[in-house]
Design a protein around this ligand. Structure first.
Ligand SMILES: NC(=O)c1ccc[n+]([C@@H]2O[C@H](COP(=O)([O-])OP(=O)(O)OC[C@H]3O[C@@H](n4cnc5c(N)ncnc54)[C@H](OP(=O)(O)O)[C@@H]3O)[C@@H](O)[C@H]2O)c1
Length: 158
């Protein structure tokens, strides 16, 4: 499996149920990488998508124990094991914090947008630079949008 995430300098990923910021180049890249693949996410992350709806052109495998939660166009799983039984090998884990924590060990490749800024936050992704199981394999040039610098770093499980 793959994981895709945007982090700030402290590996923060969100606050009050929202993303820290949206970068249009990053959103385009997210779409290009995930299109045609299954995405795996938690209920709270789906709520951050436009209209709170599943992503088009992708199988949306959503984790939730909420009674009656059955959004059209999504497959809802009540626990990790039943989701994993259905998840294809080329699926992308797209968040949020709880789902990243639960599934990072099962991922082989991590597509990380490293934003060179820090934001107030209440959830984080594990720091892959400090995790001996992972190594940075590819790094893009430094990009900039709305005065914010960022780059794409691809990590591989050793
Ligand atoms: N920077 C990024 O790249 C990025 C990407 C995605 C999300 N985010 C941010 O991450 C934050 C959300 O993360 P989060 O951890 O609060 O929420 P989340 O992981 O998106 O969703 C949590 C919900 O998923 C369900 N869930 C999780 N594990 C489950 C399991 N094992 N079995 C059944 N259901 C399970 C539960 O839903 P029920 O309550 O319905 O049971 C749980 O409340 C937001 O701030 C969001 O913007 C950032």
């Amino acid at each position: 499996m793959n994981v895709i995430v945007a982090v700030d300098e402290n590996w923060a990923i969100g606050r009050d149920g929202e993303q820290l910021l949206y970068l249009s180049a990053d959103l385009k890249r997210f779409k290009a990488l995930t299109m045609g693949h299954a995405v795996i996410l938690g209920r709270k992350t789906m709520a951050t998508f436009p209209g709170g709806r599943p992503l088009k052109g992708r199988r949306n495998l959503v984790l939730s124990r909420t009674e009656g939660f059955a959004p059209e166009g999504a497959e809802v799983y009540r626990d990790l094991d039943s989701l994993l039984a259905e998840a294809p090998e080329d699926a992308f884990v797209v968040g949020g914090a709880s789902v990243y924590r639960a599934l990072l060990d099962r991922c082989e490749t991590a597509y990380v947008t490293r934003i060179q800024a820090s934001f107030p936050a209440d959830c984080w992704f594990p720091d892959l630079d400090r995790d001996p199981a992972w190594e940075a394999a590819e790094e893009s040039e430094l990009l900039e949008e709305k005065g914010v610098k960022f780059r794409y770093v691809t990590y591989h499980k050793k």
